[in-house]
Design a protein around this ligand. Structure first.
Ligand SMILES: *Cc1c(COP(=O)(O)O)cnc(C)c1O
Length: 370
């Protein structure tokens, strides 16, 4: 490939979706937020492999899916109170409700459109982030029940999100699961009939059956990331870049801005045209490895905005050779998990950070089975 290229492997996403769907007796909502965690997939791919609904963060993301012709049930869970709830209701986008102010805004939009909004009340079980506080929960249920009786909305679900599911043994998971169960009971006592209770994301789906309830919202797992590290899923991205040039240098040569690296021997440096603007973390320098010609070589000197330098030693590397920064790992190439470790972050941060100018191609299901 003559330009930096991100290849998305549909077969891996299909397989991961099936793995997650078989890990729960509940339904699977495929989380396609942030351009499907940077993968930009066809929604049909997950819907054909075990997911029955889709989840995104913002109404804009949901409307973009509807504009593509997606008909599946679709939930948007994070919006400001002045978001375009009328457009969401018209497009049959279900909405999470994290506060009384949101409930009021959604009810008003429903009244204006003369259409019932389908909502999921969101309880904060312990993240202190999104969702209604425990104090606000009971009034939220009461007022939602009133709005339901007035024909403005249907409370179809109750949702929560765990703080510590990536640590399966942590007792916080049990505490938060109890908080969620209590919140659901309160909803029923206030006269609501939420049929879809959902708490688990990827990690809890793979490790904690008590959190499964009726549905799991699965993001990371579709893309090969198990935050709990317990289950081997398949990485779904390969990032390659062509070698632009190579130069032979003497021992003691300073490399890149500030000469943060100085060669300790005569060696060959290969230049790759990708940098932090393309999602190569600047903090990975001196630790990161890339694969060229079947061998791993170290990234040296500061990661620049547009380029990195690789010390290939005495290996024969030529301009035009292809370097693999990461892939699923079965050819010995580094993975997004390696890059996360090298840069002190999580794999989610790597996959969602690939820049706009990287060429994107899809390795389709058909290609993989050919
Ligand atoms: C992103 C997100 C998910 C998906 O979590 P994963 O760990 O990626 O499966 C589920 N629920 C909410 C509220 C989210 O924001």
């Amino acid at each position: 490939m003559s330009t930096p290229t991100l290849t998305v492997h549909e077969a891996a996403i299909a397989q991961n979706t099936r793995t997650l769907a078989s890990a729960t007796s509940g339904a699977v909502m495929a989380v396609l937020k942030a351009n499907a965690f940077g993968h930009g997939i066809r929604p049909e791919l997950v819907l054909a492999n075990g997911a029955s609904s889709l989840g995104v963060t913002s109404i804009d993301e949901a409307l973009a899916l509807r504009a593509q012709g997606v008909r599946a049930p679709l939930l948007s869970w994070l919006n400001p109170v002045d978001a375009d709830y009328r457009a969401a209701i018209l497009a049959d986008v279900q909405l999470a409700v994290p506060s009384l102010a949101h409930l009021e805004a959604i009810a008003q939009a429903a009244q204006a459109e003369r259409r019932r909004a389908r909502v999921h009340l969101h309880i904060d079980v312990g993240l202190a982030r999104d969702g209604a506080s425990r104090d606000e929960w009971s009034p939220l249920c009461t007022i939602a029940a009133t709005a339901e009786r007035r024909g403005l909305l249907d409370v179809v679900g109750v949702m929560g999100h765990l703080s510590s599911a990536d640590r399966p043994g942590d007792r916080e998971n049990r505490v938060e699961t109890l908080v969620f169960g209590n919140a659901v009971r309160t909803a029923w006592r206030r006269g609501l009939t939420p049929r879809v209770r959902h708490l688990a994301a990827t990690a809890a789906t793979l490790t904690a059956p008590a959190t499964h309830f009726d549905l799991s919202r699965i993001g990371a797992g579709l893309y090969g990331i198990d935050p709990s590290g317990r289950t081997a899923l398949r990485g779904a991205m390969t990032l390659t870049a062509p070698v632009v040039s190579v130069r032979r240098v003497r021992p003691g040569t300073g490399v890149g801005y500030g000469h943060s690296h100085v060669t300790d021997r005569a060696t060959t440096l290969a230049l790759l045209p990708v940098g932090y603007a393309d999602g190569v973390p600047r903090s990975a320098t001196e630790r990161a490895l890339v694969q060229i010609g079947g061998r791993r070589h170290r990234v040296v000197g500061a990661v620049s905005m547009d380029q990195i330098v690789v010390d290939v030693g005495d290996a024969t590397v030529r301009p035009g050779d292809s370097a693999t920064l990461f892939g699923p790992g079965d050819g010995g190439e580094p993975t997004v998990h390696d890059w996360a470790a090298w840069s002190g972050t999580i794999a989610h941060d790597i996959v969602t950070g690939i820049g706009q100018r990287v060429l994107r191609r899809v390795a389709s299901l058909e290609e993989a089975s050919a």
